[in-house]
Design a protein around this ligand. Sequence first.
Ligand code: NAG
Ligand code: NAG
Ligand code: NAG
Ligand code: NAG
Length: 285
Amino acid sequence: MRVQLQLLALLAPFTLATPAAEFGYDPAPLKHEHPGQLFNHVNSKSKCLSGVLTDTNSTGKYESVGGINTYLAYPKSKKTDIAILYLTDIFGVQFVNNRLLADSLALAGYFVVEPDLFNGDPIGVDQLGDPSFNMTAWRERHPPAAIDAIVSSTIAAMRGDLGVKKIGAVGYCFGGKYVARFLAEGKGLDAGFTAHPSGVVAEEWQAIVNPLSIAFGELDASSTPAQRAAAEAIFTSTNITFQTNLYSNAEHGFAVRTNLTDPQKAFAQESAYFQAVRWFDAWIK
Ligand SMILES: *[C@@H]1O[C@H](CO)[C@@H](O)[C@H](O)[C@H]1NC(C)=O
Ligand SMILES: *[C@@H]1O[C@H](CO)[C@@H](O)[C@H](O)[C@H]1NC(C)=O
Ligand SMILES: *[C@@H]1O[C@H](CO)[C@@H](O)[C@H](O)[C@H]1NC(C)=O
Ligand SMILES: *[C@@H]1O[C@H](CO)[C@@H](O)[C@H](O)[C@H]1NC(C)=O
């Protein structure tokens, strides 16, 4: 009996109704959201890696896209036909790392579109440790239906006024769930990449039809070994084009911010960036 219960606990995120069924996902992993130190810059120590920005401010601009405040980063060519939809973590487009990473993807030749998923109500980088901050209330203000609506209208505007022909999406933590949801048949994404996704349920992995690449962190408690294996088993059974990488000593959030003086963590962050670029070079360029 005990063994069975433990097994059930392991499989729970994929097989049972989640504790917060009203949200459609389990909010528990959020307590693992971005532990550790904040870094403001995407780093590259390696001179041969030219795509990644170092010590600078973001260089894109904000515009209304489909009625949503959106950060846009253009490639050198200014062409918009091949684009990346950037779905942020809970810190939103207001967090400079999320704009620098968008700028870095633009340097790799992509038009990057990063909507404000939270209508000006992101979680501040110093708010997670604040005992007066109510995460449950914040989640209730930004349910999946609201995020879905923003992603849908952004995709429509990209394919409309912005002249986009192919759309890849990146999603970090919170945003990863929506990469999965919009890789389903007819939802509008041609390929996707997610790093340390949170709150993705089995049905969402199952419905994916277009190529998906995932960067997992060994220390990310929101993707346990059992959960990673379950996701891979699903991709194998649905026979989609997929890739999963597991980075050692990498925590939840590592692809957006981490301790860059730690060589393993710096490696994980840079590799996740290049993993995404290679993926889109292969499947949407
Ligand atoms: C970034 O912007 C701030 C404020 O606009 C400015 O003071 C600073 O010099 C800029 N840094 C770089 C590296 O451009
Ligand atoms: C946090 O927000 C939830 C949902 O609005 C509410 O039920 C709960 O009482 C709040 N908790 C605190 C400590 O205020
Ligand atoms: C899986 O997909 C590949 C092409 O992507 C195809 O060649 C193969 O037949 C498929 N396998 C099954 C079992 O459908
Ligand atoms: C960052 O990593 C370095 C090298 O491993 C370590 O000495 C330092 O304590 C770490 N900083 C934090 C805040 O964890």
